[in-house]
Structures are given as C-alpha cells and as structure tokens.
Design a protein around this ligand. Structure first.
Ligand code: TRP
Ligand code: SF4
Length: 516
C-alpha cells in the first residue's frame, strides 16, 4: 500500500496548479497526495453535485448514502431512474493492487455490491496496468495484492455469477477500446488534466486511456446508465471519460435557430429574442433579433458576438430546429440518419437540421442510427463520491502509518487495539464531556460507526451521535464498544475470505500474471 493510495487518502486535496490557473485553484490529482480540505470547493469549482439533493429519488438508499458518506455525484439521476424503473444500469470501479485492502476500499466494495443487489450489472477490476506503470509495482506484488482484493470483495457479498471481475492486463477487449479512445485524446490535454510532463512515461499515459476504457466497458454490449463509485480524487478521470464518451459519438445533437452556429451563451440570448418576438411576428428575422437584444440585453457578455452573428444573418428568418452534427459517422450512417428523420429537414455538408423533432427524440434517433452502423452510442458515465475517512490517529489516514488505518487483514486483536488507541472528539476530562458533550463530527471513532460498524442500523449510528453530543457518552466506553465491533467484523470478514478462496479459484480470472 502506498502512502497516497486514493482510497485511503483522506484527504486529498487540493494541490495548486503550477501556474496555469490562479494560485488558489484546487486541483484533484489521482496520483498525488492531495487532500480535500474543503468539500464545498468540489461543488463550487468542479461542478460535483450534492448527493443529498437526489437522495429522495434513490430507491432503498444505502446507509453510506443516508449518512452523507457518499456526499457527491455527477449525473447520478439516470442511474437512479433506471433503478426505479427496472431498466438496465451498471456500476464499475477499479482497485490498484498496491497494498492490502483496508476499510477505505470496503466502502467501494460495499457500493458495488449494493448496486448489484439493486439489479445492476456490476464490474470490479484490478488496475494492474496502472499499478505497474504509475506506481512501479512488480508483477509479483501485484498478483499477491490482486488476489487479496478479490477475496475481500467476494467475502463482502459480490456475486461473481451476476457480475464481472477482470484484470486490466488480461482483458483484450478492454485494451482495444483503450486504443480507440486514445485516438480522441492527446498529450496537451493530459498535461492540462493530470500535470503530465516530458518525464511521464508513455505507459503511465496508457494507463489513463485504459481507465477510460474501464469506465466505458460496461456499455460495450449496449449503452446504459453507468455509475463509477470512487473517491473525489478520481473525478478528473470521470470528467475525461464523460468527454471521451461524447467525442466517440457519431452525431452531436444541438438546438439551433438559423443556418449558422451559436455558442451556448449566444444561443440562450437568441432563444430569448426569438421567444419574445415570435408572439407578434410570423417571421422573426436575424436582424430583428439583433435589434431586440441590443435594447433588452445590453449588458450581457455574449451580446456583442451574438449580435455580430445575427447581423451577418441579416434577413434570414430564425426558426428553432435540432441540428445533427456529423462527428464520427460513417458515410452510410450519415445517409441513414437523413433517411430516418421524419418531416421537414435540411441537409448541409456536415450537418442536418430537423424542424419537427424535439431534442430528446432527436438524441434517441441519433443513438439508434449509430448503434445500427457499428458505433457504441455511449452515454456519459456517472459517478458517486465518498468522503475519505479520518485517520485513527487524528491526521490523515496514511498507508505508511499502520496505526492510522485498519487493514481488512489486520488481526482482530490488532484491530481492537487500534480502535482503543484512536484519537477522539472528546473533551479533556469526563466532567467536561458530560457538561459540553463530545464532538462526533471529525471524531475518527464516530466515523468508524457511521462508515462501517453500525452497518445498516441507523439507530446505532444516531444513538452514538446523539449520546456523544449530549454528553451521555464517554470516549472510553464508546471506544470499547467500537473496538469490540471492529474485532468481530474482522474476525467474521477473515473467515468469509477463507471461504471465498474456493469460489475465487473457480472463477474465470487470472490470479497469476504471465508478466514478470
Ligand atoms: N485509478 C484508480 C485508483 O487509483 C483505479 C481504477 C482503474 C479505477 N480503473 C478504474 C477506478 C475505473 C474506477 C473506475 O484507485
Ligand atoms: Fe468520539 Fe465516541 Fe468520544 Fe463521541 S464519545 S467523541 S463519538 S469517541
């Protein structure tokens, strides 16, 4: 296990970007030891959305969702919707076999297993190419850790008959997809996203396109909503995968108002002008819209460029339409799309305008034609993000400091001792604690209850919290209870790992790499 294993790293954060952006900008670094000092920044600067806002739409939410451990998401709505409507959806996550699995990985194992229990197609992969290329792990070490991750995943309840396990190095289909995706990304982009430079090895870069392929892999048989449960340090990967998913598409579907193209902000302005004018006039001409905007939206930052385009359009009437751009379509697919569009349409060099389809129907049609002509029709993958756990010693959870975390392989007695020795959010004296109450927020022991020990029992998690806040719970007893639960959990988990050995041996996954 390395110090900056993303699943352990509590906190990762926020590293400043060497000057390409403002010095205060936060970056998330999948291989760095950044910390999330401030989760709010993730919402404000990266556009991650709060999970709470969507919790009510998730059928039967997992306790990690109910307790805010899963705090954020990108575009999880389609997954929740598919779940609620019994439609296909998938979940996938990957594990770098750089050390022993620990309680941080358990969060992700549990998230995958839960999605499987909700009816999803679930994939778990061993990121051995990444461990080798980005972390310099030897294949011997990789094999040993890989097996251990798989045993814990199975022991926690992953059903290998329903789901798929693979290792990157042995999956040819994955590597072919990675190659294709690599054609849509370039080095400058990797520099911008990951801070790669002239010293970065080509294999490390290849491990990025491999992860992009991992993320889209569940959609190889058919496009479907797919969630990637990970820590927020992996968000750069998720954003790139969402981008690549759309760059692979045959057609891009947008809304348009005239023959020329508009940027998003300009289009919003033109839409406003059109709505305002169409009530009174049959033909709203570009020049009318320009005049309207100059008087109604004089301060809009997009005004100048929108007006310039509208003026160039002159007497051309504005008419709302959906536009299909040819991105990667074969000539056959482009022809087939023209055929498939019902109603009034106009065909141009690299695009087609349809005047009767709405945006949603258009998107569906574009995907159908793409799938019929050999494309993937990828949907942008979604993600959910869990909080990093505080280290037991109070600082960050660090793999180089065994006292700060609990490995799933720790001897139950060691687990017990680590919990007993953990830092707490308690007061200096029992007296003060009774008077003021403890501080469970940020208390590593409370986190153990909430993230793991209370399991599905919200009653227990709430009881610990309320009693702590109310001064009715003292840290000694609280830790004793947690330590016992931890020892029990480890004991039980390790027994199940042993039972899973036979199952694992029968599975179609290579435990010994042919590489050395
Ligand atoms: N990069 C991830 C890590 O550092 C591992 C990983 C590889 C992964 N492929 C993935 C995670 C696909 C989620 C989805 O732990
Ligand atoms: Fe943490 Fe328990 Fe102490 Fe509260 S009573 S501060 S939850 S150890």
């Amino acid at each position: 296990m390395t110090d900056d294993d993303p699943h352990t790293e509590p906190v990762a954060p926020a590293r400043t970007d060497g000057g390409t952006k403002g010095a205060d900008d936060v970056t998330l670094d999948p291989w760095g030891s950044s910390t999330v000092a401030d989760y709010r920044k993730l919402f404000e600067e990266f556009g991650i959305e709060t999970f709470d806002a969507l919790l009510a739409d998730v059928p039967n939410p997992h306790y990690l969702m109910r307790r805010g451990v899963i705090f954020g998401h990108r575009d999880y709505e389609p997954v929740a919707e598919a779940m609620a409507n019994d439609e296909p959806f998938a979940a996938l996550s990957g594990f770098m076999p750089t050390g022993d699995p620990h309680i941080g990985h358990k969060l992700v194992f549990d998230e995958l297993i839960w999605h499987q229990q909700q009816g999803g197609d679930v994939y778990a992969l061993i990121a051995d190419l990444e461990a080798n290329s980005a972390r310099g792990m030897s294949w011997t070490e990789i094999d040993e850790h890989a097996e251990s991750y798989l045993l814990s995943l199975l022991a926690l309840g992953f059903d290998p008959d329903e789901g798929e396990l693979y290792r990157q190095s042995e999956n040819d289909e994955l590597q072919e997809l990675a190659f294709e995706l690599g054609a849509k990304a370039n080095f400058s982009e990797f520099q911008g996203i990951y801070g790669f430079d002239g010293e970065t090895s080509v294999s490390h870069m290849q491990s990025v396109v491999t992860q992009m392929a991992d993320i889209l892999y569940p959609q190889l048989d058919e496009p479907k909503p797919t969630v990637i449960p990970v820590g927020p340090d992996q968000d750069p990967h998720v954003r790139l995968a969402r981008d690549l998913a759309s760059r692979m598409r045959y057609f891009k579907v947008t809304k348009a108002y005239a023959s020329f193209e508009l940027e998003d902000a300009e289009r919003d302005l033109v839409a406003r002008a059109y709505e305002a004018l169409a009530d009174n006039e049959d033909d709203v001409r570009c020049s009318d819209a320009a005049a309207w905007l100059e008087s109604e939206a004089p301060d809009d930052p997009a005004l100048e460029s929108a007006v310039a385009k509208l003026d160039a359009g002159g007497k051309e009437p504005l008419r709302p339409r959906v536009r299909f751009f040819d991105r990667n379509a074969t000539a056959d697919a482009f022809e087939a799309l023209i055929e498939a569009i019902d109603g009034e349409k106009r065909v141009y060099e690299g695009h087609i305008d349809s005047f009767e389809l709405d945006r949603e129907a258009a998107a569906e049609l574009a995907r159908e034609v793409e799938l019929d002509h050999g494309g993937y029709g990828f949907r942008p993958p979604s993600s959910i993000y869990h909080r990093f756990m505080t280290g037991l010693t109070g600082g960050k959870m660090s793999s180089s400091d065994p006292a700060s975390h609990i490995s799933l392989l720790d001897d139950p007695e060691d687990g017990y001792d680590k919990v007993k020795a953990a830092a707490t959010g308690g007061r200096e004296t029992a007296e003060k604690q009774r008077e003021l109450g403890g501080e469970p927020d940020g208390c590593p022991v409370y986190e153990l209850y909430a993230y793991l020990l209370a399991g599905d029992d919200d009653g227990l998690a709430t009881e610990v919290y309320d009693e702590c806040i109310g001064g009715d719970r003292l840290c000694g007893g609280c830790k004793e209870q947690a330590a016992e639960l931890m020892a029990e959990f480890l004991d039980d988990h390790q027994e199940k790992r042993e039972e899973a050995r036979e199952l694992l041996a029968d599975l179609d996954i290579e435990l010994e790499s042919s590489r050395r």
